[in-house]
Design a binder for this molecule. Structure first.
Ligand code: HEM
Ligand code: FES
Length: 349
């Protein structure tokens, strides 16, 4: 469905996002080069590239891992989610530059194949402290490159969103491998331990953000056992802003209840594109618009407007005494459900 779903006003946002990323990269390279030249005036061009790209790629990976939980904790970070894939692809190219320069500098000048040399030049596989740390970076790089090369929608549709999502969860394995790569690298290359301090700070920030976003989600969860009637209380109708939604997790059902034109409709919160949170988007031109890449769905039937074919599940909603209730038993994807009128019930109360 792709480009036809881009909302015009977001294209400008996308350009600003790209501009900010590229400016940030240039500023980083400038500042890092000046710092390295001051600290190590004898540094070679190759070593400078290896270090600058290593630190930048690793920093970008931290930012990528923080964007998801930040956006869940505070809606003001939502614009960062848009184009996050672009950030991932740029990070992969920077990480590749680091890997290629490292292999060239440390493995290309002997008579062994450079890739083979990464695996055999340091045979200390049975030692923790002397373990060949570059291998950890090598496998992390493979994961990062697989993720970047499958990030296009072509792969999403061919692999199915579920497989695609599982593949992209490997980013956490890559992160874990890189933590080992950096710790062992710093120890073995006798580098300044400041990197270990930064690493601990980065890991602390990523872990605590992921944990906080997870516990926010758990707090929103309503156990099915507490439900006597199929309908579950969600919130006051006034708590939902016009053209926005309230999300609720009931058992395994992740539901977004939208308020628009004096009506309420509930759909599954997960966008068919990449499981983006529909409930964090808004209704534009009568359609629920995913905040990640702009896929759209009609609120009353969960169907993408023609010619698109994506569909999400729909749910029954009711209003009693100004409280919104939803029945978590889903209708099949794309099933029309009569929206719940707001004005008539409020008038009755
Ligand atoms: C083929 C894959 C890789 C190889 C052969 C490799 C090799 C190396 C080498 C030799 C060093 C020590 C460089 C020095 O300080 O002079 C290093 C450090 C480092 N690498 Fe990698 N690496 C690879 C992949 C990665 C990836 C994918 C990342 C991150 C996305 C990464 C992040 C780092 C970091 C943060 C450091 C410490 C930076 C510093 O020395 O100041 N590496 N790597
Ligand atoms: S549009 Fe991409 S996840 Fe919804």
């Amino acid at each position: 469905m792709g480009h036809q779903y881009q909302v015009v006003s977001w294209n400008r946002q996308k350009r600003i996002y790209d501009g900010v990323v590229l400016t940030g990269i240039l500023l980083f390279f400038g500042a890092f080069t000046l710092l390295q030249l001051k600290l190590h005036p004898e540094i070679t061009f190759e070593t400078l590239i290896i270090r600058a790209t290593a630190v930048l790629a690793f920093l970008m990976l931290h930012i990528i891992l923080c964007i998801g939980p930040l956006a869940r904790l505070d809606k003001r970070f939502l614009p960062l989610l848009y184009n996050r894939r672009h950030l991932g692809v740029i990070m992969s190219l920077i990480a590749l530059t680091h890997g290629v320069f490292s292999i060239y500098q440390f493995h290309a000048l002997g008579n062994v194949n450079p890739i083979l040399s990464v695996f055999i030049s340091n045979p200390n596989y049975n030692s923790i402290g002397l373990f060949p740390f570059q291998i950890l970076g090598f496998f992390a790089l493979i994961i990062i490159l697989i993720m970047a090369s499958t990030s296009h929608d072509f792969w999403l549709h061919n692999l199915s969103p579920k497989v695609w999502k599982s593949l992209h969860m490997m980013v956490y394995l890559a992160y874990f491998l890189l933590v080992g790569h950096v710790i062992l690298g710093v120890l073995q290359m006798e580098q300044s331990p400041y990197l270990i301090g930064l690493l601990a700070l980065g890991a602390g920030i990523v872990t605590s953000l992921q944990w906080s976003a997870g516990s926010k989600k758990r707090n929103q969860e309503i156990g099915k056992e507490q439900v006597q009637d199929p309908f579950v209380k969600v919130c006051r109708v006034d708590d939902i802003a016009e053209n926005r939604a309230k999300t609720v997790l009931i058992g395994k059902e992740n539901i977004a209840v939208f308020k628009y034109d004096q009506k309420l409709s509930a759909v599954n919160n997960l966008c068919r594109h990449q499981n983006g949170p529909l409930g964090e988007g808004k209704i534009l031109d009568g359609c629920i618009t995913c905040p990640w890449h702009g896929y759209q769905y009609l609120p009353h039937n969960g169907q993408s407007p023609p010619p698109f074919t994506e569909k999400v599940e729909t749910y029954d909603v009711k209003l009693i005494d100004g409280w919104v209730y939803v029945n978590p038993t889903p209708y099949a994807e794309g099933t029309p459900v009569e929206p719940c009128p707001i004005h008539s019930i409020i008038a009755r109360n």
